[in-house]
Design a protein around this ligand. Structure first.
Ligand code: ADP
Ligand code: MG
Length: 240
C-alpha cells in the first residue's frame, strides 16, 4: 500500500533522509523507532506530502506522492495523520472537530458525516463528549478525538507521529488501547513511537532508523528481542 524507494530529503545542507527504502502492506502495522532527530517525522511527512522529497519515489496504492501532481489531493485524503500535539480547534466542539475533513475537504453529505462522527466517538470511548470543547478534555481524550478525526476521513492508512509522547503516563494506556483495536480491525498503520511494549505486541514489523538511514528492520519481536546491529542494540539498551 505504501512504497518508499531510495527517498532522499535535505533541509539546506542537512541531508536528513539518506536513501529510505521500505514498504507497508495493506493491514500491516509498522513501527518506526530511533533516536531524536533521526528523520522519523520527516518520513511520515513525506508520505503524507506535508513535506517534499528530493530524490527517489514514494507511492500510496500505486499513486505517486508528488506535491505538484493533481493526484496529491487523493493521496492526502487516503492517508490520515495523528500528531504528537493533537491540533484540535479549541473553539469547535469535539464532534465538529471530528467531521471537519469529510464535510469541508471531501464535501460529503452533512447528516451522513455527523452520524459517522458520533459512531467514531463511541468507538474511541468518547460518545458523551461530542458537544464538549477540546480544552475541557484530558490530553488522552483529546488524542482519542484526534484519532476519531483521522478515521472520519475513511483513510486507507493512518500515520501516527509519537501519539502518546505528550501525554501524562496514566493517559497513555487508553490511547494505545484505541490504536491496538484499530490494528486488530485491520487498519494499515505506520507508528513512530517510543512505546516499545506497543511495538512488540502490536507491530508486524519494526524499522530502526538512525541518521537518516534504516539501520535494521524486521519482525517486531525478532528486532526488539534480538537486535542484530550494534546501533540498534545500543538504542534499545538505552530506551528499554
Ligand atoms: P525525528 O522525528 O526522528 O526526531 P525529524 O524528522 O523531525 O526527526 O528531523 C530530522 C532532522 O531534520 C533534524 O535534524 C531536524 O532538525 C531536521 N528538520 C526537520 N524538519 C525541519 C525543517 N522544517 N527545517 C529544517 N530542518 C528540519
Ligand atoms: Mg519526530
Amino acid at each position: 500500500m505504501i512504497e518508499l524507494n531510495d527517498v532522499h530529503k535535505s533541509f539546506g545542507h542537512n541531508e536528513v533522509l539518506k536513501g529510505i527504502t521500505a514498504s507497508v502492506q495493506k493491514g500491516e502495522v509498522v513501527c518506526i523507532i530511533g533516536p531524536s532527530g533521526s528523520g522519523k517525522s520527516t518520513i511520515l511527512r513525506c508520505i503524507n506530502a506535508l513535506e517534499s522529497y528530493d530524490r527517489g519515489d514514494i507511492s500510496v496504492e500505486g499513486l505517486k506522492v508528488d506535491r505538484d501532481a493533481p493526484s496529491i489531493v487523493k493521496v492526502r485524503t487516503q492517508v490520515s495523520m495523528v500528531f504528537q500535539r493533537f491540533n484540535l480547534f479549541p473553539h469547535r466542539t469535539v464532534l465538529e472537530n471530528v467531521v471537519e475533513g469529510p464535510l469541508f475537504v471531501k464535501k460529503e453529505p452533512r447528516a451522513e458525516v455527523l452520524d459517522r462522527g458520533r459512531t467514531l466517538l463511541a468507538q474511541v470511548g468518547l460518545a458523551e463528549k461530542a458537544d464538549a470543547h477540546p480544552p475541557q478534555l484530558s490530553g488522552g481524550q483529546q488524542q482519542r478525538v484526534a484519532i476519531a478525526r483521522a478515521l472520519a476521513m475513511q483513510p486507507k492508512a493512518i500515520l501516527f507521529d509519537e501519539p502518546t509522547s505528550a501525554l501524562d503516563p496514566e493517559l497513555v494506556g487508553d490511547v494505545l488501547g484505541v490504536m491496538r483495536k484499530l490494528a486488530d480491525d485491520g487498519m494499515t498503520m505506520v507508528v513512530v513511537t517510543h512505546e516499545m511494549g506497543f511495538a512488540r505486541d502490536v507491530a508486524d514489523r519494526v524499522l530502526f532508523i538512525d541518521g537518516g538511514v534504516i539501520v535494521e528492520q524486521g519482525p517486531a519481536k525478532a528486532l526488539l528481542n534480538q537486535p542484530q546491529h550494534p546501533r540498534t542494540q545500543d538504542f534499545l539498551r538505552r530506551v528499554l
